[in-house]
Design a binder for this molecule. Structure first.
Ligand SMILES: *Cc1c(COP(=O)(O)O)cnc(C)c1O
Length: 401
C-alpha cells in the first residue's frame, strides 16, 4: 500500500503541506498527480460484498452520489486546511448552504443572519426556507447587540460572511461563536472571501464552514462547486446524510479542478491580497473617490479586528465615486483590461457595479440601508501586474474629468 494510504494526522503538518498532499490516495499505477475517477458506480467482488456494502457493514464505494475517490480527495484536503473533521463537496456554494439548512433545521426553527450576505442566500432564506416554516431575521453584520436581540427560543443557527461583499465589513467570529453557543445555536460561517489560507472560522469557535468553491478554491473561474466543513456528527452524518439522499453532489471533474486549486491557494491568496492592498491605497489617493472599503486600510472601521482575525486582508475591495450610476457605469466601461463580471476569486481582475447587478434585485431603500450606493464600484483583484491594473483604472478616472 502506498504510504499516503496510511492515515496521516494532517494537522501535524503545516498548511502549505496539507494543501499539496492531504487526501491523496495513490492507485496501483503510482501516479504522481491525482486521477479523476469518472465512474458513476463501483463493482463488487461478490453478491455478498455488495450486500455488506449496502448494509453499511463494510465501508467502501457504492455509487458516486454517495462517494467518489476524487471528490473524497478534495474533501479531505479542504477539511485538513480548515481544521475540520469532515468536509462534504457539493454541486455549488448555494446547495452547500441549502444542504446545511435541510440537514440541521426543521419547520418552526429560526435563523439569525447577517444582512450583508450573498444575494442568492438572502433569497434562499427569505423566499424558500420561509415557505417550509423556517424564518430568518436579518441583522447588521457588525452589531453584536443586534444579533443578541434577534435570538429567540427557537433560533438554531447564526449565519454570516466576513468580510462582507461588497463593503468588506468584518465581524468578530469568536464573539459570535460565544453568543451562538450561549443560546444553543450553531454558528455557520461562509468563508468564501478569505478561504482557509487567510481565516479559519472553526478554530475561532464556528461550528460549520461553508464554501463556494467556485471562487478562490478554484481560483481560475472554471467550475461551479461548494463544500461544507465541520465535525463528524454535524457534517459527516447530518449534512452528508442529506446530500447522499437528495443528490446535489460534486462532480469528480470539478472536484479535481478544486483540489488542484487548493495546492496553490495560499500563494494566490497572498498575491490577491497584495494587489488589492496596493489598489486600495492608490484609490484612496484619487480625487473623485469618496471612500475606499478595504480591511487592509487603516481607515477601515474594523482594520484591527481584521488584522487579528485574518492572515491578510483578502482580494476584495470597493470604492465610492463622486457621482451616481452614470459616472460609475462610464468608469467601468472605460476600462480595457479588467473583466466586467460579477464573479470573483479569479486570476483575472473583475469589476462590478453592485447596485445594478449583484444587489439589483433588492429595493432601493434596502440598498441604501445596506450602504450600497449608485457610485459604488467593486473590484476583485486578480493576479495581473498591479501597475497595469492602475493604468486601466486610470482610464475610468479620465472619464470623470
Ligand atoms: C458565490 C457565492 C455563493 C454561492 O456560490 P455558488 O457556487 O455560486 O453557488 C455563496 N456565498 C458567497 C459569499 C458567494 O460569493
Amino acid at each position: 500500500m502506498a504510504p499516503d494510504e496510511k492515515k496521516k494526522n494532517w494537522l501535524e503538518y503545516a498548511p502549505r503541506t496539507r494543501a499539496v498532499r492531504a487526501g491523496q490516495v495513490r492507485t496501483a499505477e503510482g501516479e504522481q498527480s491525482e486521477p479523476i475517477f469518472t465512474t458513476s458506480s463501483y463493482v463488487f467482488d461478490s453478491a455478498a460484498q455488495a450486500a455488506a456494502r449496502f448494509s453499511g457493514e463494510e465501508p467502501g464505494n457504492i455509487y458516486s452520489r454517495f462517494t467518489n475517490p476524487t471528490v473524497r480527495t478534495f474533501e479531505q484536503r479542504l477539511a485538513a486546511l480548515e481544521g475540520g473533521e469532515r468536509c462534504v463537496g457539493t454541486a455549488s456554494g448555494m446547495v452547500a448552504i441549502l444542504s446545511t439548512c435541510m440537514a440541521l433545521l426543521k419547520s418552526g426553527d429560526h435563523i439569525v443572519s447577517s444582512r450583508a450576505i450573498f444575494g442568492s442566500t438572502v433569497l434562499l432564506f427569505s423566499n424558500y426556507l420561509a415557505r417550509f416554516g423556517v424564518e430568518t431575521t436579518f441583522v447588521p453584520l457588525t452589531e453584536l447587540g443586534a444579533w443578541e436581540q434577534a435570538i429567540r427560543p427557537n433560533t438554531r443557527l447564526l449565519f454570516l460572511e466576513t468580510p462582507s461583499n461588497p463593503l468588506t465589513e468584518v465581524m468578530d467570529i469568536r464573539a459570535l461563536a460565544q453568543l451562538a453557543h450561549q443560546n444553543n445555536c450553531w454558528l455557520v460561517v461562509d468563508n468564501c472571501f478569505c478561504t482557509p489560507a487567510l481565516q479559519q472560522p472553526l478554530a475561532l469557535g464556528a461550528d460549520i464552514v461553508i464554501h463556494s468553491a467556485t471562487k478562490y478554491l478554484d481560483g481560475q473561474g472554471r467550475c461551479v462547486g461548494g463544500a461544507v466543513v465541520g465535525n463528524q456528527s454535524l457534517v459527516g452524518e447530518q449534512v452528508y446524510g442529506f446530500l447522499r439522499t437528495a443528490g446535489p453532489s460534486m462532480s469528480p471533474f470539478n472536484a479535481w479542478v478544486f483540489l488542484k486549486g487548493l495546492e496553490t491557494l495560499e500563494l494566490r491568496m497572498q498575491a490577491h491580497s497584495q494587489n488589492a492592498q496596493a489598489l486600495a491605497a492608490w484609490l484612496e489617493q484619487r480625487p473623485k473617490v469618496r471612500r475606499v472599503h478595504y480591511p487592509g486600510l487603516v481607515s477601515h472601521p474594523q482594520h484591527e479586528l481584521a488584522a487579528r482575525q485574518q492572515k491578510a486582508p483578502g482580494g476584495l475591495l470597493s470604492f465610492e465615486l463622486e457621482g451616481g450610476r452614470e459616472q460609475a457605469w462610464g468608469f467601468i466601461d472605460a476600462t480595457e483590461l479588467v473583466s466586467i463580471t460579477a464573479n470573483l476569486g479569479d486570476t483575472k481582475t473583475t469589476i462590478t457595479h453592485p447596485a445594478t447587478t449583484t444587489h439589483g434585485r433588492i429595493s432601493a431603500e434596502a440598498r441604501a440601508a445596506a450602504g450600497i450606493g449608485e457610485g459604488l464600484i467593486r473590484i476583485a483583484a486578480g493576479l495581473e501586474d498591479v501597475d497595469d491594473l492602475k493604468r486601466d483604472l486610470q482610464r475610468g478616472f479620465d472619464t470623470l474629468d
